[in-house]
Design a protein around this ligand. Sequence first.
Ligand code: ME8
Length: 660
Amino acid sequence: MAKKYYITTPIYYPSGNWHIGHCYTTVICDALARFHRMKGEDVFFLTGTDEHGQKVEREAQKRNITPMQFIDPLVSELKDMWRLLDVEYSRFIRTTDADHIKSVQAIYQKLYESGDIYKSEYTGYYCTPCESFWTESQLKDGKCPDCGREVTLQKEESYFFRLSKYAPALLEHYEKHPEFLQPKSRVNEMVNNFLKAGLNDLSVSRTTVKWGVPLPFDERHTAYVWIDALCNYITALGYGSEDDTLFRRYWSADLHMVGKEIVRFHAIIWPAILMALGLPLPERIYGHGWLLIGGDKLSKSKQNARPELTDPYELVKRYGSDAVRYYLLREIPFGSDGEYTNEKFIGRINADLANDLGNLVSRTQAMIGQNFGGTVPPRGREEGPDGELIALCGAAFGKVEADMDALNAPDALADIFAVVARANKYIDETTPWLLARDPEKRERLAAVLYNLAETCRICAVLLKPFLPRAAGAVLAGMGREADGFDSLAFGGLKAGTPFVKTPPLFPRIDLKKELAELEKLVAAKKPATMSAPEAEKPATMSAPEAEKPAAKPEISFDDFTKLELKVGEVVACERVKKSEKLLHETVKIGSETRSVVSGIAKFYTPEEMVGKKVVVVTNLKPVKLCGVLSEGMILCAEDGEGRLSLVSPERAVDSGATVR
Ligand code: ME8
């Protein structure tokens, strides 16, 4: 029986605004799934969407539509993106799928009956964009320690999962299975920051969120979205349903691939739940790094201020899915973060795909066309550098396999491209164009061109999991589309096989011209000048990665008069320590003076602020930001690029004047 391989991506929030960072996890998983399929393994590759929770509920409410009306178009967009990127999954699970909901309920019931879930009261802080609970001591400057956004204090009846009970067993598992969580750097964080510090029981139900899975033993509560979401890895296989054939065939997961920001959920909460259910733990969890833009995690809001083209649909349209896949799989050192720029992206296409791979294939095809009528000549006697090229081809699969076992796609590609580079050097060394001029060297010419054609074939077979289209095109040019890893022995290519000139795999791009084009394209796509088709895209969620605020519901004049707006004069201003964004102003409003903190440090210096007349919301509940009291909010206008500009009265007005 074939060895099974069960691989999963996280399930995506239906947030829309998809960018190339979103594609990272799934493209890596697709390459791994394809690689294991080619090894003859029985692969199940799961991806999907995480559709419940407060975020979706609120976004739908804002638009006066149902959560499903909000989600459906976004799920279609995501599926389109995977289709465009040639991602071949076995199942796309949605947490709103009826079978998933039933299984989640069965899981809660089981944990409730075994005493691992109990009723109590939850008091703590909740970050809605991250759907995460925090204790006061875990907050960073009063904000969510993961994303830095506002949290809200919540107190409600809740069911709890006995997470604390599983800390010792989890620690033991980490000790016994050093390969459980990778890369190694993430283990220290989990073990030292969480497990050794002791775990608190986890609130796993909400009464305030209606858009979720109702608990079977108490319908006033819905399941905490993270538990609902994590369970997808087993519900997708039918765990807890009448037909659990797939579950018995594929569980446990061979690999959960996740972004580093969600390792905590996968490497602590998820295994504890599995332990409570009496199920085996996943073999491996891998926390990959991020694509960065300007040093920060790539997100649509970051994109706005940059010339980088990060829209996957646009990238695939312009450069083809293989180019996007190649960049993602090759450029970012695995496990680390990597900065994304247009220049690096095009640089990779030009250097590796157009120059190295494209040239090898097109030169080989051209020379076989000119000298042997477009069919592969017979293999000849080995001489000169032949042995080295053949040996490298022979060793390539072993290296690629070891790299892929270590989940290191960049190294796997580097190993394949080392063969490509060696073959290009081989052309320079053997100078087939000179051999072609001498009829006595025809046999040698044949041998050289055979070796090159066979190297093209072997590289194409190895590249299939990574660049399915380009690899397919090279192999189709030889009528060898079906070649798999069992065809890799050098010499498999038969003399007489056609290998005719095909359109270039990756046309070379004029870097300077293209960068200028991209800058124009991105500028034209900014929200202020959104093109018609762009504007017709379905409404997308503003949190966690706000692009443009959704239209707000109508309010009455009475609602408006609840706001107290006054003109104030900034009399002193300084930077807030430990914050790049915040300024602390002392604002004189009539006879009173207020302390106000505003997120405008990137746009105004403290010196510039002093003396400015500003509009202040004066009846906002005071809050502390980074430990500094803020007793109001200064109004700013935000342009399409996220730049802030103070709102000031047009004529001279005394401070304290009412704004209405
Ligand atoms: O976290 N670079 O979903 P999600 C690399 N629903 N990867 C990135 C990225 C970037 N700039 N931006 C996003 C969730 N990702 C939960 C998961 S699983 C039970 C629930 C990756 O839509 C991110 O790291 O926020 C994650 O792996 C994936 O996109 C989905 O993120």
